[in-house]
Design a protein around this ligand. Structure first.
Ligand code: 5AD
Ligand code: FES
Length: 360
């Protein structure tokens, strides 16, 4: 095995921190196209990550019910299938009633966290979202409500928090400003995204950040910056999944990220923050039929089954060939339960707060 990598893995395990250069050296050999097979190093890293995860969370896997409330979006991210410029995307928006019904069904299925995710759709004003959050909390006081509605003002985040929202997911997408600008049109700003994350944290949300693995123009250096950012920002959750091209975007012809690199990065993040909530994502399940199982085995501890109404699932297409959009996926919850059991893990049904989080 490659000695340099082994010693970096050992240092990371002992200190939960590396320098930017060290992160780059740890990742570099996994991103080179002509690199020799690094499966042994990846297996060692996964073993360590898995044992750390086991110490904190045992073999429990948390579930969050994902409700895709709208695919209308004012933004035009180059990678995303629901970007404003995609004329072939059939737009929808769930009504408040439909969203509340999804939650009620989810509650019956055992979900205790609901994630409301959507594009940046002006219909979901503070007033609408606050009313929705209030209703969900009133109907299901034992549940956590997570929002994933993109960039908003600090005041807006504060109002939604005051209305009862517990958590907010906003992937930073990349911690490198120049890279960020290659993935987004000039109207979007890296600084504003970072401002949002800091506001969310200061307001008191449990915050999730994250990035795509294998996005165009990504390098070992930009990934090292992502890891350093995650190390310093200390998110409660970190969502990472492979980039998967969508045919109606400027990145249609770009290659997808790999399962191997995604799992490698999941393991590194687990060693940086032993307690962090780390989802094994739908995108990982899309590029490999056993991707989500592999993510858990690499150190992830969360799955986010789809709870959206069947009629809209195909329309929330961030990338091509997204799984869980056909009839067979009516109950992702059970599918995922079986998948987790098949590798010796158990889906649990409490709110699944981050360990070490002090609930007020
Ligand atoms: N491939 C993988 N992930 C994507 N996302 C958006 N488009 C894609 C894609 N083509 C991710 C982004 C976003 C999250 C909701 O989905 O990281 O933050
Ligand atoms: Fe959706 Fe398996 S998780 S069908």
């Amino acid at each position: 095995m490659y000695r340099k990598i082994i010693s970096l893995i050992e240092k990371l395990e002992a200190r939960h921190s590396l320098t930017l250069e060290e992160y780059e050296a740890l990742i570099g050999p996994m991103t080179e196209k002509s690199a020799p097979d690094r499966a042994d190093e990846a297996a060692l890293l996964a073993e360590k990550a898995s044992s750390v995860r086991q110490q904190v969370y045992g073999r429990d896997v948390y579930v969050r019910g994902l409700i895709e409330i709208s695919n209308i979006c004012k933004n035009d991210c180059y990678y995303c299938g629901i970007r404003r410029s995609n004329r072939s995307c059939e737009r929808y928006r769930l009504s408040e009633q439909e969203i509340l019904e999804c939650c009620a069904q989810g509650y019956e299925l055992g979900f205790r966290t609901f994630v409301l995710q959507g594009g940046e759709d002006a219909h979901f004003s503070d007033e609408v979202v606050c009313r929705l959050v209030g209703q969900i909390k009133k109907n299901h006081p034992d549940c956590a409500v997570t929002l994933s509605l993109g960039e908003r003002s600090r005041e807006s985040y504060q109002r939604m928090f005051d209305a009862g929202a517990d958590r907010y997911l906003l992937r930073h997408e990349t911690a490198d400003k120049a890279h960020y600008e290659k993935l987004h049109p000039p109207q979007m700003s890296f600084d504003n995204r970072m401002r949002c994350l800091r506001d969310l944290r200061e307001i008191g949300y449990q915050v999730g950040c994250g990035f795509m693995v294998g996005s165009p123009y990504q390098t070992a250096r930009t990934l090292a910056e992502d890891l350093k950012f995650i190390e310093e920002f200390r998110p409660d959750m970190c969502g990472i999944g492979p980039f998967v091209p969508h045919q109606a975007t400027p990145f249609a012809k770009e290659p997808a990220g790999t399962v191997e690199l995604t799992c490698y990065l999941l393991s590194i993040i687990r060693l940086i923050h032993p307690n962090v909530l780390l989802p094994s994502t739908t995108a990982l399940g899309t590029i490999d039929p056993r991707g989500r199982e592999k993510g858990i085995l690499a150190g992830a501890n969360v799955v986010m089954p789809n709870l959206s109404p069947m009629a809209v699932r195909k329309k929330y297409e961030l990338y091509d060939n997204k799984i869980c959009t056909g009839d067979e996926s009516a109950q992702c919850r059970h599918c995922l339960e079986q998948r987790m059991e098949s590798i010796g893990y158990h889906v649990v049904t409490d709110r699944g707060d981050v360990k070490g989080w002090k609930d007020s």
